[in-house]
Design a protein around this ligand. Structure first.
Ligand SMILES: Nc1nc2c(ncn2[C@@H]2O[C@H](COP(=O)(O)OP(=O)(O)OP(=O)(O)O)[C@@H](O)[C@H]2O)c(=O)[nH]1
Length: 377
């Protein structure tokens, strides 16, 4: 570790950062604009790239201003990264706060470069600023981030790098800071190596976070009805098959409802198609509110919906159906009457298609008996 040249580590990191910056810029161009934060993350990695270049050029450029600028850019990158995370989760960037942090760091670093030159104090200034910025990012992600793998990766990388920064502060105060950043030593190499890996993994984490969000959105669009946000028919059939096989495996009860809005054609004819759409949305909201988390509401087609009620017997399903009827009879302008056909799983050879056929037949009975009721088969 001692024999590693910090300049080579920085050059290696810079090369990887170029690639990651290009990927982030491409994602920004091609991802839907509502996936925010990509611009800030791309800015973070471009600024880190520039900082790496300046660090690597030490000796070729006037040392003092190159170091002041390089360290400011390093902090600016961390600030952009934090802003990217905030934007990604729909929060404001907090420009003023971060501009003040950057200004304070630049002034303090310049002071220990020009007025009272001290490499140890420069190191304390930049390390404490980075620690604060990464700490704020980690705190934000822990409070507002999704509990998903890409976020956990970013949190882990931030946490580990913060540990290295604390170690750096401790070793600096114990007088192990050396004379400059490029002087090979165990502590310097540990810090530089950690910096290179952190920059790379944070950008990888940002790419993963954005693509995970896009994948989830695509999955949602492919499985949900855009009007009512209920599951669509394909996803409903899949969920039904899963629930049925769970019932077959464990012998759990399973109930299935077919719900059809009564005289819906008249709603459209009298009030217009848009009003009809609003009635469908209102129905889906009200019906969902009567269900448990484990239950599933889906749009089977047109004004017909299906509800899957795992671990629910006939009496419990009838009580749920009664609640749905009641929720849509409150006198709201979009309320409607419904007919519900109910079927429960019969242990043995019962299949989803057979249950749907029974629920359909029960629904037909409900319509025949005058609508606005639940029938069971
Ligand atoms: N507004 C709106 N109407 C829809 C939608 N999907 C289907 N419909 C309408 O739903 C109506 C269904 O009419 P019918 O099948 O005759 O059923 P109904 O009038 O509810 O009569 P019953 O079921 O016998 O009580 C049709 O007029 C469809 O155009 C939709 O997404 N939005």
């Amino acid at each position: 570790m001692n024999s590693l040249d910090p300049r080579s580590l920085i050059a290696m990191g810079a090369l990887m950062t170029v690639l990651m910056t290009a990927i982030l810029v491409l994602l920004r161009r091609h991802y839907p604009p509502h996936i925010r934060g990509l611009g800030d993350w791309a800015a973070a990695s471009s600024v880190w790239l520039l900082a790496s270049f300046l660090f690597g050029c030490r000796g070729q450029l006037p040392a003092s201003w190159a170091m002041v600028l390089a360290n400011s850019l390093l902090l600016q990158g961390a600030i952009f990264y934090c802003m990217g995370c905030r934007r990604f989760y729909g929060h404001v960037r907090q420009w003023r706060l971060w501009a003040a942090v950057l200004l304070a760091e630049t002034l303090a670093f310049s002071w220990f470069t020009y007025a009272r030159p001290s490499f140890g104090m420069q190191l304390v200034v930049i390390t404490a600023s980075m620690l604060g910025t990464y700490g704020a990012t980690l705190y934000f992600l822990l409070r507002h981030g999704d509990r998903r793998l890409p976020q956990h990766l970013v949190e882990l990388v931030l946490g580990l790098h913060m540990a290295v920064l604390v170690l750096r502060l401790v070793t600096a105060s114990a007088g192990h800071s050396g004379d400059n950043l490029l002087q090979p030593s165990l502590y310097q190499n540990l810090y530089v190596g950690s910096y290179v890996l952190t920059v790379l993994l944070l950008t990888v984490g940002a790419v993963l976070m954005a693509s995970d969000r896009l994948t989830r959105e695509m999955e949602y669009l492919a499985s949900h009805d855009p009007l009512t946000q209920a599951l669509n028919r394909r996803a409903l059939a899949q969920r039904g098959a899963q629930e049925l096989s769970r019932s077959q495996r464990h012998g759990h009860a399973l109930a299935l409802m077919m719900i059809d809005l009564d005289h819906f054609k008249q709603v459209n004819d009298h009030h217009g198609h848009l009003h009809g759409d609003a009635v469908l949305q209102h129905f889906a909201r009200q019906a969902k509110a009567q269900l448990r988390r484990a239950d599933t509401l889906g749009r089977w087609g047109g004004e017909e919906f299906m509800v899957l009620l795992p671990e629910t017997n006939q009496a419990q399903a009838q009580a749920t159906a009664a609640r749905i009827h009641a929720a849509l009879a409150q006198g709201h302008a979009l309320d409607c009457q419904l007919s519900i056909g109910l079927a429960t799983w019969q242990a043995g050879e019962d299949s989803l298609d057979a249950m749907i056929a029974r629920a359909d037949a029960a629904l037909y009975q409900a319509k025949e008996q005058g609508r606005n009721r639940t029938c069971t088969l």
